[in-house]
Design a protein around this ligand. Structure first.
Ligand code: DX5
Ligand code: ZN
Length: 229
């Protein structure tokens, strides 16, 4: 059983107001975020380009929280040193984007960082099974990567459940993260029930409808008391 106390919320700055980025990061930090999710898109692995090292350095200066750095980047090995700067940051690569996943995972671990591997909605969990014992995080994409504001794909929950089962039965310490379309509604609740312990939320947290503190509160309230099956 995983209780609500262990669920981490990671606001994704991709949905933030970039003309006011430092303040937005401070606001979610003050509102009780556990991690700051940072999406790096290269225009190759995914169609769009987001931002790079310089912006990540600026984000790091605006929070004491670990950055949860999601590299949507083809063959990330050469780029890793640009993002492996603060030892507390978590580095996540895509299984589909690495030529030799084991080597990339080892490179990140050897740098002293927590390491995660992400899988797209159409990627089977077998793509991560061999490296699972080494991972701090397995990220199950709940939308196709590349853009914020897409709809949650419920079929991905089956993979979360199967991964939770393996992690539990093998006694691994790996966290399960979900990313994409997660809101303060059934999407967050089903993710927690299936066994996710890190929820990424972009547009659900950074929107112009309410202060981020209120969005964070609604997210917390929504998962309060939801217990994994
Ligand atoms: C999608 C990104 C997500 C995105 C989530 O490719 O990896 O982190 O920012 O945004 P929402 O929560 O709006 O779907
Ligand atoms: Zn992401």
């Amino acid at each position: 059983m995983v209780s609500e106390a262990y669920i981490q919320i990671a606001p994704s700055v991709l949905a933030a107001d970039f003309s006011n980025l430092g303040q937005q990061v401070r606001d979610v930090t003050d509102a009780g975020a556990d991690l700051i999710h940072v999406d790096i898109m290269d225009g190759q692995f995914v169609p769009s380009i987001s931002f790079g090292e310089v912006v990540v350095d600026a984000i790091r200066k605006s929070t004491h929280l670990p950055l949860n750095i999601h590299l949507m980047v083809l063959e990330p090995d050469n780029l890793l040193p640009s993002f492996m700067k603060a030892p507390t940051d978590q580095i996540i690569v895509h299984a589909e984007a690495c030529r030799d996943l084991h080597r990339t995972v080892t490179q990140i671990k050897d740098g002293g960082h927590q390491v995660g591997v992400a899988i797209n909605p159409d990627t089977s969990i077998s793509a991560v099974e061999e490296v699972l014992p080494q991972l701090d995080i397995v990220l199950v994409m709940t939308v196709n990567p590349g853009f914020g504001g897409q709809s949650f794909i419920p079929e991905t929950m089956d993979k979360v459940k199967r991964l939770r089962e393996i992690i539990r039965s093998e006694g691994y310490a790996t966290q399960i993260e979900v990313d994409g379309g997660v809101k303060a509604d059934w999407t967050a609740q089903d993710s927690v029930r299936a066994g996710a312990t890190i929820l990424v939320a972009g547009t659900a947290i950074f929107n112009n409808q309410e202060p981020v503190s209120q969005s964070m509160e609604r997210m917390r309230g929504c998962i309060h008391g939801v217990i994994s099956t």
